[in-house]
Design a protein around this ligand. Structure first.
Ligand code: G6Q
Length: 593
């Protein structure tokens, strides 16, 4: 969907079919106009579709919560090819979705739902740079961040691709200088630690990518991430560092976020305590922002600022200049490989038929689980230690994007939207919360993610290869969750009758398994873009704006009112409710204020 068209795009790629849209010079109307945005007629509400009615009927007979007729044991016994029928392979990612409570009829209805809701048209509008973020009247063009140099994507009539590549080239020069030692600190020492200061979208992506690509990093340079306003975060991340060898990357789209600005001011003071000379700031601070005026006000030379644009949402920005610390860590070539991976998935999403399209499949199965089977959470469980921050990253991506209760036109959603996303790497989770996933009262669909090739084949003759044991676990979990263990099977093991219910597993607990060739910068880009587009398809069907975050904006202003009341700068007010008043008074008393 699009509020009003504000741009045109032609993605030129030597090997791929270019996507073209009609040129339009029409400026979008301001989002705050009295009438608000117009939702195109093709962007149909999901519950107004025939497919939704069909899915509702199907869920009555196949619902894990209310019915028993969908049984994965029976489904697999009946159709011997189920495990390969409900699986697709693209870009080195094998997605097996056969262990979901779906059958051919469910899938047909889900694909019909996407068609009736206008997902393909909405996708075209996004790639074309239409202002699909209607509440902020902005284009949504994170896909432009990884577009090849020869692509043409226009915003307000201007091709933005050269700007993207100009920033990438500047990042590259800077990253190479830090990595080679050509960039020195104020006293002439090499930079040994890069500290990214940012929060939310300006933190979660860079940390996740740094951890995911640790094996590709320059190990002589350490990267650290300070995000929390809690001073303990800054203290712990800097306590063993030498300001002469430390470079801060202050990452903030707006450059006004209180956490980041406070941490940045503290970092400045921390540096200058040892370096003394304010001129040192130029060698120890760089900024990533869209707000040059605020960067200059902070005292960072805008020559050391790396820009991005308001058509990049915070949680979609890890492949923009927000990824500067990632680039320093892994080097420009690996960073470009990661961007190429993102672009591979963009092209797959744009061109593959829905039935073979990874983002469509993940999204539609998610909608089935959420809206028709009543599943309230989804666990993302990577069997890969390097991906230990992946679930936290997806938590923001999905919950901030689709955690909305009103439709694009402001009317309430009559259906469920974002589930809770959570998870930890396997096999650690198996020894903790998997108990509930196997035997709890609420079904938790799981995305099980593993790589076929380890980066390091660790093991010994006595213990065997760790990777085989790791993969045996992921396959065994998917199997157990799907098929469970019947009371008869438990009894056959000689279990006393009273213990049988405790040792019985119902099965029919949905999982997707992704078996991926090997972790690499390119593959990481593909995985992240896969989930970005999954979120897009779901948001599109749920008819919400996946690209605003008014709930987060609220948090940015609320605390500001109370700060002076805590510090003692202002007398404690009694203007709050009796609970908040009492808490403020208690805090002041405990701090002796
Ligand atoms: C992301 C959100 C949010 C944002 C942070 C940091 O989509 O908008 O997580 O990234 O609030 O904002 P700044 O980058 O402006 O500091």
């Amino acid at each position: 969907m699009a509020a009003k068209k504000n741009s045109t795009s032609t993605q030129k790629s030597s090997t791929k079919k270019p996507s073209t849209t009609k040129a339009s010079t029409k400026k979008p109307a301001p989002a705050k106009s009295a009438a608000g945005p117009t939702v195109p007629a093709w962007h149909v509400a999901p519950d107004k579709t025939k497919a939704w009615k069909k899915l509702t009927a199907l869920s009555k007979t196949g619902n894990l919560m209310t019915g028993k007729s969908m049984d994965l044991r029976k489904a697999f016994a009946k159709d011997k090819s189920r495990g390969t029928k409900f699986a697709v392979e693209a870009l080195g990612i094998h997605l097996d979705y056969s262990k979901n409570l779906i059958d051919g009829a469910t899938m047909d209805a889900l694909f019909a739902l996407a068609t009736e809701c206008g997902v393909a048209k909405h996708m075209k509008a996004m790639f074309a740079g239409d202002a699909i973020n209607v509440t902020e009247n902005r284009a949504v063009l994170h896909t432009a961040l990884r577009a090849p140099k020869n692509a043409v994507i226009k915003v307000d009539g201007k091709n933005i691709v050269p700007d993207v590549h100009e920033v990438l080239a500047r990042m590259e020069k800077f990253a190479n200088a830090v990595r080679s030692g050509a960039w020195r600190g104020h006293t002439g020492k090499r930079i040994r630690t890069v500290v990214n200061i940012g929060i939310g979208g300006s933190d979660l992506g860079p940390v996740m990518a740094y951890e995911a690509l640790k094996d590709f990093t320059e190990r002589s340079i350490d990267c650290r991430y300070v995000s929390n306003i809690d001073g303990e975060d800054f203290y712990e991340k800097t306590r063993d560092l030498d300001p002469e060898e430390t470079l801060f990357v202050v990452s903030s789209k707006t450059f006004t976020t209180i956490e980041t600005m406070t941490n940045a001011q503290t970092a400045r003071a921390w540096s200058l305590k040892k370096l003394k000379d304010p001129a040192a700031v130029a060698k120890h601070f760089v900024a990533v922002s869209t707000n040059a005026a605020e960067v200059a006000k902070f005292g960072i030379d805008t020559a050391n600022m790396f820009g991005f644009w308001d058509w990049v949402g915070g949680r979609y920005s890890m492949d923009s200049a927000i990824g500067l610390s990632t680039m320093v860590a892994v080097g420009p070539d690996n960073f470009r490989e990661m961007l190429a991976g993102f672009h591979d998935m963009d092209e797959h999403f744009r061109t593959a038929p829905a039935r073979k399209n990874l983002p469509y499949l993940l999204a539609l199965i998610g909608i089935w689980n959420r809206d028709f089977l009543g599943c309230e959470t989804v666990a993302v469980l990577p069997y890969c230690q390097y991906l230990h921050r992946l679930s936290a990253y997806f938590q923001q991506l999905e919950m901030e994007s689709n955690g909305k209760r009103v439709q694009l036109d402001g009317s309430p959603c009559r259906w469920q939207t974002s589930p809770v996303i959570w998870g930890e790497p396997g096999t650690n989770g198996q020894h903790a919360f998997y108990q509930m996933i196997h035997q709890g009262t609420s079904p938790v669909p799981c995305d099980l993610i593993a790589f076929a090739q380890p980066l390091h084949a660790v093991g010994s003759e006595a213990a065997g290869e760790h990777h085989d044991i790791l993969l045996a676990n992921i396959f065994a979990q998917g199997e157990a969750l799907a098929f469970g263990k019947t009371p008869a099977e438990v009894r056959a093991e000689g279990t006393p009758e009273w213990l049988v219910p405790h040792r019985t597993f119902t099965g029919n607990r949905p999982t997707n398994t992704m078996l991926i060739e090997k972790l690499s910068p390119r593959m990481l880009g593909r995985i992240i873009a896969l989930y970005e587009h999954k979120v897009f398809v779901q948001g599109s069907i749920w008819r919400v704006n996946s690209f605003d975050q008014w709930g987060v904006e609220l948090g940015k202003v609320l605390a500001k009112r109370i700060i002076p009341e805590l510090s003692g700068a202002k007398p404690a007010k009694t203007a709050h409710d009796s609970s908040t008043n009492a808490l403020i008074a208690k805090y002041r008393a405990l701090r002796g204020r």
